[in-house]
Design a protein around this ligand. Structure first.
Ligand SMILES: [Zn+2]
Length: 124
């Protein structure tokens, strides 16, 4: 079973996925750079993180940047995987139940691998 997309739809999903991948790539890049800046700031201050309020703030900021890097890198990977599925014809099919994923859902989340029913079952 394959999703019956028109050439225009496929081109549109490809553009959406490439856009997402680019955005996530630059987010990952920016967050990685921010982490480096924060590390540098911590080394400069040479204070004890546990007791210095600024150190705690920097540690918190660093961990939110780290989470951003992770999220963005996952986004890049998901977009790449979805682009590969566009090429091999499995794009738009639910990884779990094999049903077609609604086009409206793909428009909103082009890299999704689950149909709405399976996504709800996973609580995502
Ligand atoms: Zn499903």
């Amino acid at each position: 079973m394959t999703h019956d997309f028109s050439a225009a739809q496929r081109a549109r999903f490809r553009a959406l996925l490439e856009e997402q991948r680019e955005a996530d790539r630059s987010n990952a890049f920016a967050a990685t750079r921010n982490m480096q800046l924060i590390s540098d700031a911590r080394q400069d201050s040479s204070t004890d993180d546990e007791h210095d309020p600024e150190g705690v703030t920097l540690a918190f900021e660093r961990s939110s940047e780290a989470a951003m890097v992770q999220r963005s890198e996952r986004g890049v990977a998901e977009a790449s995987a979805a682009l590969a599925r566009l090429d091999d014809g499995s794009y738009g099919l639910c990884e779990e139940c094999g049903n077609e994923i609604a086009t409206a859902r793909l428009e909103a989340r082009p890299a999704t691998t689950l149909c709405i029913e399976c996504a709800r079952r996973h609580g995502a």
